[in-house]
Write a protein that binds this ligand. Structure first.
Ligand SMILES: [Mn+2]
Length: 319
């Protein structure tokens, strides 16, 4: 409670403020950031949301995109910088410069692996999404839930809970969602845009990725690979890889699913998902990444075969 009040008074006393969601932005990072930006604007501050890369087109329908700006190496000294949904400073990418140059920094997050890297840290791991925490802040600030704010928070929570299906979904989650719907969220429209709209290139890429599926460890582990050439052949974008790992996880009997995404220079982005008992954040942490129990990730360098062996060894230990 204390920390929350200090954060709100900090926000109220500054003149310039920037918000930093994590790299490879997702619905929670973006929705939370825009909702907070709307709230801060109500206080008479003009906030900027610095993002690392262009917003994936699947989130293009969100209101308030005008608050966002792709970081181009600007040297700015903000009175206050808030990192949202960001477990560690590595997830700030190049925008670490904005963070380091700030007079004061705040970190608001729900990741168990959060390293508490700011001047003030508010990490609530019981929240399904950073969106839940931002909702609480906005209520405490006494700022009305507009349709825009409600929609952004709804998207944040709906994405991080997999459409209210993951184990992080609580009764509090649903209480918050109830309030958001009362304040104008069009559930059918948002759900259609968020969960039932897919680009042709992603469909093609998914088909190619499924061809690489390997089932190991008596059916408990699924590996899927996406290479650079597959991305080119499907005319796909980075964001089109999102969710492909779930194809492996959804297979009956699979506990751990891995997506190995080949990047340039023998670097691989690894997505890990588990269905029930395995804590994949332990594996990701060991390999220099982070995340949650059922969803985590890391980046590894080396060649594809070695990387698969390293991952398999770590998975065997927790399986
Ligand atoms: Mn999140």
């Amino acid at each position: 409670m204390m920390t929350k009040n200090i954060i709100i008074s900090k926000i109220k006393e500054v003149k310039t403020l920037a918000i930093l969601p994590h790299v490879s932005i997702d619905g929670d990072a973006l929705g939370s950031s825009i909702a907070l930006a709307y709230a801060v604007k109500e206080l008479g501050i003009e906030p900027v949301i610095y993002i690392e890369e262009e917003i994936p087109s699947s989130y293009g329908f969100l209101p308030g995109i005008e608050f966002t700006k792709v970081y181009q190496g600007e040297k700015e000294n903000y009175d206050l910088v808030l990192a949202l949904d960001t477990g560690d400073t590595g997830r700030l990418g190049k925008r670490i410069d904005i963070f380091n140059a700030a007079s004061y920094t705040i970190n608001i997050d729900h990741h168990m692996t959060n390293t508490e890297f700011a001047d003030l840290n508010y990490v609530q791991t019981s929240s399904s999404a950073t969106g839940e925490i931002i909702y609480q802040f906005i209520k405490m600030m006494g700022i009305p839930l507009t349709k825009e704010i409600s929609t952004c928070i709804y998207v944040a929570i709906a994405t991080d809970t997999g459409g209210f299906r993951y184990s992080n979904t609580t009764s509090i989650t649903h209480q918050i969602i109830s309030d958001l719907i009362n304040n104008g969220v069009d559930v059918a429209e948002v759900s259609q845009l968020l969960f039932e709209t897919v680009s042709l290139s992603k469909t093609k890429l998914t088909g190619m990725a499924v061809q690489t599926l390997e089932i190991l460890e008596n059916g408990k582990v699924a590996f899927i690979t996406v290479t650079e050439s597959m991305i080119k052949d499907a005319d796909a974008k980075e964001e089109d890889c999102d969710g492909i790992v779930n194809i492996g996880r959804n297979i009956k009997g699979v506990e751990v699913a891995v997506l190995v995404r080949e990047k340039e220079n023998e670097s691989y982005k690894i997505n890990l998902r588990s269905k029930k008992y395995v804590d994949v954040s332990i594996i990701a942490n060991k390999l220099g990444g982070g995340g949650h129990k059922n969803a985590a990730g890391c980046t590894i360098e080396g060649n594809m075969e070695d990387i698969k062996q390293i991952l398999l060894k770590e998975i065997r230990e927790v399986l």
